[in-house]
Every structure is written in C-alpha cells, then in structure tokens.
Design a protein. Structure first.
Length: 581
C-alpha cells in the first residue's frame, strides 16, 4: 500500500517525479562503465519508454489525443532507438576518442532483446494508427499517425543486420505498404465517405501500384540494390494476392449494390480509380509477359503466358466494372446485337494472335489464340440467357467461320471438326424450324454437309493424320453421304422427287473421280456401286410410270459394254506393265 501511495504522490508532484526519474537514469547510465552489468542498455531503453509515458500522462490529454500522441512518440522513439543501434560502433568509437572508457559486455552489445521489443512496439504503433485512421475525424491526426507508422520502414531497415537481414527487409517492405494503405485511408472521413468499398479501392491501388513500381524499376534495382530486390521479390506474390482480393471485394460490392439497390453507390473518383487500375493492369501484364527484365516473379517463357491470361481477365473485369457502374453505355446496338460484338472481339484476337505469331511473339500469341477460340462459346451458350436480336443460326455460322479460319491458319483437324459441327448445327437449327425439311424427311440435308465438312477438314490437315485415320474418315464420310442420299430416295420416292436419284448419281460420280485422282480403289468401287443404284432407280421409275421397258435392254447392253471395256483397259495396262518389267 505504501508503494501505491508513493506512486500517486509522485504523479501529483511533477518536479519530484522528474527528479526521481533523473536519478534512476543517472544510476543506470553509470552502469555502462560496469563490465558485469549486462542489462544497462536495456534498462536505459526501458527508462526512455517510462519517461515518454510520464510526459504523456502529465499532459492530461483526451483519450483520442492521448492515443495519437502515444502513436507519434512511440514511433519516434522506436526509430531513434534503431538509429542508435545502427550507429552503435561509431558511438563507441566516439566515446573512446573522448577518453570515456565505456565497458559493455559482448552480449549486451549484440542487443538480442531489441528485436523483440521493436517488433512489439511497431505492432502497437500499427494498432493505434489503424484505430486512429478508422475512427478519428481530424484529418491531421489520421494522416500524421499513418505517416508515423510508415516511418517504421526505416526502423526495420536500420535493424537489418546479421543472419536475419532478409527477414528485416521483408518486414520493412510490409510496414511501408501497410503504412501507405493507412495514409490512403486517412483521406476518407469516417461517417462520410469512409466506406469499405472506398477503402478496398485504396488497398487495390496500393498493392498494384507497388507491384508495378517494383517491376518497372526491377532492371535498375538489381544492379544497385540486389539485397532489397530479392527481399521485395518474396513480397510481390503477397502484394498481388492482396490486390486481387481487394479488387474482387470492390466488384462484389458493386454487384451487391446493383442487385439490392439497382444502382452502384460509389464515389466518381473511386470509380475512375478502379477503371484506371484495371487498364494499367492489362498493360503491365502484357509488359511482364513480353519483357523478362520486368517480370517480378522471374518466370519461364511458358509461365509468363499466365500474365497474358491475367491481363485478359483484367480486361473482362473492366468490362464488368463499366457495365455495373455505367449501364447506360450498354443500351441500343450493343444490347440488341451483343453476340456480334463478342464475335468481333474473337476474330480480332485470332487475327492479332496470328500477326504476333509471325512476329515470333509467341508468349502473347498463344494465349490470344486460345482465348479467341473460347470466346465464341460465350454468346452460343449465353444466347438462351441474355436476349438479343441475332438469329441463332447466323451466330453458329459465324462461330463455324471462326473455327474454320483457325483450322486453316493452324492446320488443325480439331478446329476443322469444330467448324464442321458449329456450322452444320446452324443449318440443323434452321431446318428444324421448318415443316418440310426435318431429319426424317430429308436426311441428306442434315448429314451430307457435315460429312463434306469433315472430309474437307481431314484433307486440309492430311499431314497430321495417319493413313489409317484418313481412310477411316474418308470411308465414314462417303458411306454417310451415299446412305443418307439413298434413304432420302426411299423416304420421298422417285415419283415425288425425281431429282433425288440424280443427286445420288452426282455424288457417286464425284466419288469415282475422287478415287481416280487420289488413287483410292475403295472410293472408286463405292461410287460405282451407288451410281449403279441411282441408274437402276431411274430406269425402274421410267419403266413403271411411263412404260419404257426398253430402257432395261439399253441399260443391260450399256452395262455389259462398260464391263467389257473396263476389263479391256485393265488387261491392256497389265500387259504394258508386264512388258515394261
């Protein structure tokens, strides 16, 4: 009890308090000359904190002022202590020159306790600065508290010595970034514009801004500040992660506002900042991909393609941001014909990727090509979700044209097959809306185009397919064409559609000539069989409906003569081949 009364008495008598404090400081300073006093420096450090606390207590400040003053004093004290620690060798040498025989043991000189105390002090400064930034109305107090915390970057930098150097540097960078965030938040007045949406915008700007600054200065900092560059490289993924989380929080809040309120409540400056950040992210992402010297993560060429995908994602998020905050821009033509807009972007991406491929900028060309190939799926799948005035068949034809272009440019059978499917799907969608061209009415209208498309895609990419694969595709396509045409004749009848046997005969003749040109005996034989079938059908129709039975005799004579002529030609070629050998 007597100790408590003595303490209260000291607090009520400032002069006596400072006299007692000065005597203790004098006694602890005298211990510096004692080689056995291992805690003299730590004691002086603690006395300094006690002196600061006494001074603040005697000022009789309000709680807010006391918190702000404690933040400033503790930040300044930590910085000064780190400065003394950094200059300890110089100070000892200076004392020796003055003839002051300071004796401090090696353990005390290392000050292993200072690290823990400094971290704890900076954590208190961070807590107080964050509270002040979020709660106080006075801008001067908010801004100065944030800057005081950011100044702890110097505190950690001065302590960056020994084996833990890189950890101290990384901690210093983290303090600087967080201090910049607090300073940005200090410009927001609590209760007026200090919404979490605006705060997340500042976090996003800070994270992406520091990352961009690091990348732009990377080439020069490697030469002059290699250690700091290595420490910053470790922090970059965390910065990017924080920026992405803040960005998604911003966009998620915008979506929530649009759903619940029908309008996005956002400050115009924040709206512009988000848009500008997204545009800058697109440009910087491409810069990272193209220039290895500015790559903050030092990835391989294949890994740097991820920057292009990230830039494309940022471009999509920019579109979403503008759509949510300025919906009036998406009325009129864009609202009615948005699938054409998406298809135009896809064609532009494919053409640009081909130009970059020829310029040997493959790190950008490949992602652009893949994205261009993926984009047509969005309007095709979203056609049933978002309304438009574009006909679905036309949309499928355009998608088929894009995949056909990719098949020609990249010599890809896969893209060719995709072009055949999407283009013919457009035909099927148009046919199924009519009453006279259903699949069971005219199967060749549904199957012949896709068979010809697959056959053309196979021949365009013949060098990428084996002989067995080519033969399988060839015969499957021809059988589908011949069988569907024959089925069409049986379904509709020659009497109702006399041109159907002519169509089958035309396909058969084309198959025969193709077999001759490409020297494929199976194609010639198959075409001959179905050609014979089409002729038989036409003769049967003529004899049954017109009584032209003589056509059977003419057909038999012509067929026999053709068989004899064929055998004669083959025998002649066989004789010439035997004579030549």
């Amino acid at each position: 009890m007597s100790f408590v009364f003595d303490t209260v008495a000291l607090l009520k008598t400032p002069n006596l308090t400072w006299l007692a404090f000065a005597s203790v400081v004098t006694l602890m300073t005298a211990c510096l000359w004692d080689r056995y006093a291992k805690c003299a420096v730590a004691g002086l450090y603690t006395l300094g904190l006690i002196g600061c606390a006494i001074a603040l207590q005697q000022l009789s400040l309000s709680p807010e002022r006391f918190a702000w003053s404690a933040t400033i004093v503790l930040a300044a004290y930590s910085l000064c202590a780190a400065l003394v620690w950094h200059w300890r060798a110089r100070l000892l040498n200076f004392a020796k020159r003055l003839g002051i025989p300071v004796r401090i043991s090696a353990e005390v000189t290392e000050l292993t306790w200072l690290a823990s105390i400094t971290i704890f002090a900076v954590a208190i400064v961070a807590t107080l600065a964050g509270w002040i930034t979020l709660r106080l109305l006075d801008f001067d107090m908010r801004g100065s508290a944030a800057l005081a915390f950011a100044a702890q970057f110097l505190t950690f930098s001065l302590l960056a010595e020994g084996r833990e150097t890189q950890r101290w540097r990384r901690a210093a960078i983290a303090v600087l970034v967080l201090g910049a965030v607090f300073f940005g938040w200090s410009w927001l007045t609590p209760g007026i514009n200090a919404t979490w949406l605006n705060r997340s915008v500042i976090v996003m700007l800070t994270a992406f801004g520091f990352t961009a600054l690091y990348a732009l200065l990377l080439d020069n900092t490697k030469k002059h500040f290699a250690d700091w560059t290595n420490a910053a490289r470790v922090c970059v993924p965390w910065l990017l992660g924080a920026g992405i989380v803040a960005l998604f929080f911003c966009l998620g809040t915008e979506v929530s506002y649009q759903i619940n309120l029908g309008v996005v409540l956002i400050h115009p400056l924040a709206l512009f900042a988000i848009g500008l950040t997204l545009v800058a992210s697109v440009v910087i992402g491409v810069l990272f991909a193209v220039s290895p010297n500015h790559d903050p993560l030092s990835l391989s060429e294949r890994g740097r393609s991820g920057y292009v995908y990230a830039a494309e994602a940022m471009l999509a998020l920019l579109f979403l941001h503008v759509r949510l905050t300025m919906p009036w821009l998406f009325t009129g033509f864009i609202e009615r014909y948005w699938p054409f807009v998406v298809m135009s972007i896809a064609f532009f991406g494919v053409i640009t990727s081909e130009a970059l491929r020829r310029a040997q900028v493959l790190v950008v060309a490949k992602p652009l090509q893949r994205t261009g190939a993926f984009l047509p799926l969005l309007p095709v799948l979203g056609f049933w979700i978002a309304s438009s005035e574009v006909d679905f068949s036309v949309l499928l034809f355009i998608a088929g044209g894009l995949y056909g272009l990719l098949s020609i440019l990249r010599r890809s059978f896969g893209f060719g097959l995709l072009a055949a499917v999407t283009g013919n799907a457009g035909l099927w969608y148009a046919f199924q809306r009519t009453a006279d061209y259903g699949f069971l009415q005219h199967p060749q209208l549904w199957l012949v185009p896709i068979s010809l498309s697959i056959l053309a895609a196979a021949y365009l990419n013949e060098e990428k397919l084996s002989e067995d694969q080519m033969s399988g595709i060839r015969y499957l396509a021809l059988v589908t064409i011949y069988v569907s045409s024959t089925a069409d004749i049986f379904i509709n009848g020659v009497a109702n559609s006399p041109w159907l046997p002519l169509i089958l005969g035309s396909f058969s003749l084309a198959g025969i000539f193709a077999g001759i040109v490409f020297r494929v005996r199976g194609m010639t034989l198959m075409g001959s069989i179905f050609l014979l079938l089409s002729i038989v059908m036409m003769i049967w129709y003529a004899s049954a409906n017109f009584g032209w039975t003589w056509l059977w005799y003419v057909f038999g004579i012509v067929t026999g003569a053709a068989i004899i002529l064929t055998f004669a030609v083959f025998e002649k070629k066989k004789h010439l081949a035997t004579k030549g050998t």
